[in-house]
Design a binder for this molecule. Structure first.
Ligand code: ATP
Ligand code: FE
Length: 371
């Protein structure tokens, strides 16, 4: 099997060609980071236009680099949700055009499932069931993956995701946002003292597996204001005192943001092992899982519980086409796909887009466990 994967759910336009043995034949990502830095966030209409501008080229490059043509493909996989519907539409239309022209089946992929399953491409020994922590700009999930397509949600965020907190902290600290905020904070935090500012760990009193990052984000904003740090002055122009104040905030923020992950992962492991004691792995994926400090702290938690941590390499943690192609392969193998769409489908055909699409069912006993 050779599958083309297409991803346009947020701000990256990505495509990849992957073989069913896990061989990555090509991987292309076109990022809108520059655009985001200029306008300070994702504006759906602007993101849609940016995807539309590059999608043909990104897909063509993925095919060329893999040295295949559409005729060599077995199917096309594409993200159908969750995400911005204007953006999802660009990828789905492209996927249906390719599939319709070459009579290929289509696999509609859940973006967060793909973040989790790509770990199985990386680590061939990773069998179901496993626990997964998905941490990115829009999601903060703890999920028990019992089997392909069978997920139990142990916890989610009640407000912001950790990546959002990294991105805002980076913006308020005047960091260079042409890269995304997360890596900029990770780098700056290495020069700071994590004990310098006393942020409190969110949701200490909640004995569940849910997350909250809005309060921490606010604590950071207040600390930045209290220290008169001016985001208009880029950190590259700040004097050394100002610079070290910023580094201290970055380090203190990161330590507490990750402590919150550690505490909830510990509880999720306990819950999950009660549901299924055969679990051996915890997968961490999504953009924030490419952070080295996050990985090393999670590794301690996981090892302490006698489990093993699987973390895809950074290029497979952040949004990419490989994870979509791979998830397409997993479902295709089980016979889960849609028939080829009609060739020359009209532009205004109704598409199956799922902007809000939970990954699995909520863990029903969670509430009584939390007591
Ligand atoms: P979602 O998967 O929720 O739709 P997303 O589209 O934002 O989210 P990802 O590419 O999975 O996509 O994650 C991006 C997020 O990861 C951003 O918030 C970014 O700041 C964060 N991130 C990336 N690298 C790092 C890092 N090294 N440290 C911390 N955060 C990081
Ligand atoms: Fe993502």
């Amino acid at each position: 099997l050779v599958i083309l994967g297409i991803e346009t759910s947020c701000d990256d336009t990505a495509a990849a060609v992957v073989r069913s043995n896990g061989e990555i034949l090509s991987q292309i990502v076109s990022s809108q980071a520059d655009l985001l830095a200029r306008y300070g966030g994702v504006a759906p209409k602007m993101a849609e236009e940016a995807h539309a501008k590059v999608i043909d080229q990104v897909v063509q490059e993925a095919l060329d680099k893999a040295k295949v043509t559409e005729r060599d493909l077995s199917a096309v996989a594409v993200t159908i949700g969750p995400g911005l519907s204007l953006c999802l539409r660009v990828g789905v239309q492209k996927a249906r055009k390719v599939a319709g022209s070459f009579n290929l089946p289509i696999v509609g992929v859940h973006h967060m499932e793909a973040h989790a399953l790509v770990a199985r491409l990386v680590e061939k020994k990773l069998q179901f069931p496993f626990i997964t922590l998905l941490i990115s700009g829009g999601h903060n999930l703890l999920v028990l993956a019992r089997d392909l397509g069978h997920y139990i949600q142990l916890g989610t965020t009640i407000d912001d995701a950790i990546g959002e907190a990294y991105d805002k902290t980076a913006k308020w600290l005047g960091l260079d946002l042409r890269k995304s905020g997360g890596p900029a904070i990770e780098e700056l935090a290495q020069q700071g003292d994590p004990g310098a500012v006393n942020f409190s760990v969110p949701m200490k009193q909640h004995k569940d597996c849910n997350f909250s990052y809005a309060g921490l984000k606010n604590q950071v904003r207040l600390a930045i204001e209290a220290q008169n740090i001016n985001a208009e002055i880029p950190i590259s122009s700040a004097n050394s005192e100002d610079r070290s104040a910023r580094a201290n905030i970055a380090a203190s923020f990161q330590q507490v943001a990750v402590l919150h992950l550690e505490e909830k992962c510990q509880r999720a492991i306990e819950w999950a092992l009660k549901i299924d004691p055969s679990i051996k792995y915890l997968v961490a994926s999504g953009g924030v899982a490419s952070n080295k400090y996050v990985r090393s702290r999670l590794n301690l938690v996981v090892e302490r519980n006698g489990l093993q941590l699987v973390c895809p390499p950074p290029s497979l943690c952040t949004d990419n086409g490989v994870m979509i192609a791979w998830t397409g392969i997993e479902h295709f193998r089980m016979g889960r796909f849609d028939p080829p769409p009609p060739a020359n489908e009209p532009e205004d055909a109704k598409l199956d887009l799922r902007p809000r699409w939970p990954l699995g069912e909520e863990y029903a006993e969670g509430r009584s466990e939390a007591r």
